[in-house]
Design a protein around this ligand. Structure first.
Ligand code: ITT
Length: 208
């Protein structure tokens, strides 16, 4: 059986990987990148963040032989009936963050007040001990905000330059990384994950 403290992070998104590692590293897990084991991507055929996170986690566990953790996330805009949602990374069809942001600005160009541009990031985290794990650990969280009128800031990734954080007068891309990693959808989901992971009693903490 593989060592339960070795976890493969089932993501090819550099921005996500940086954030997940920053939050999980203090847990003492030995984190591996999926590219150490395989280069293919799982087919994200689910209709929800949870389904896609689970598909990616199972695929990575199958390919690596290790426990795997996946993140499926995206931005849902109320005025667009929740779009782009699970299709956030593929919204403009090019896989390019700037193109996605431009398309979102274009779709919302007639909405002149921030209130009409309400949105939230969603994050689903799935953890499986092996590819056939019948009791995967799944947590979700959201982060409320608005789609701004122009990109601002250079931190984060994806839609962060457009995402104005509710209660703060700035975009997610203008937040210091430590602040995003304490407050974001991913941070909140991973906090829940941490508590549930500890409760799995995988022998965490017994290793030197
Ligand atoms: P993996 O499946 O390999 O993890 P991906 O980028 O394809 O990478 P998703 O299908 O979960 O992952 O799509 C997530 C997209 O949602 C991401 O590409 C961004 O466009 C957006 N997104 C999610 N979290 C974000 C965040 O914290 N900041 C900015 N954009 C985010």
């Amino acid at each position: 059986m593989s060592n339960p403290y070795d976890i493969v992070l089932a993501s090819g998104n550099a921005g996500k990987l940086k954030e997940i590692a920053a939050i999980l590293e203090p847990l003492g897990c030995r984190l591996h990148l999926q590219k150490e084991f395989f280069s293919e991507s799982a087919e994200e055929t689910g209709l929800s963040f949870i389904e896609n996170a689970l598909i990616k986690a199972r695929f990575a566990a199958l390919k690596s032989g290790l426990p795997a953790l996946a993140d499926d996330s995206g931005i849902s805009v109320d005025a667009l009936k929740g779009a782009p949602g699970i299709y956030s990374s593929r919204y403009a069809g090019t896989g390019n963050d700037e193109d996605n942001n431009q398309k979102l600005l274009e779709e919302l160009k007639d909405l002149r007040s921030l209130e009409e541009r309400s949105a939230r990031y969603h994050c689903a985290i799935a953890f499986v001990r092996d590819a056939a794990d019948p009791t995967p650990l799944i947590v979700t969280a959201a982060w409320e905000g608005y789609v701004g009128f122009r990109p601002q800031g250079s931190g984060g990734f994806g839609y962060d330059p457009l995402f104005i954080v509710k209660g703060r007068n700035c975009t997610a891309a203008q937040l210091p990384p430590q602040v995003k990693n304490l407050t974001s959808h991913r941070a909140r989901a991973l906090l829940k994950f941490e508590a549930r992971f500890m409760a799995l009693n995988l022998g965490y903490g017994e290793r030197a």
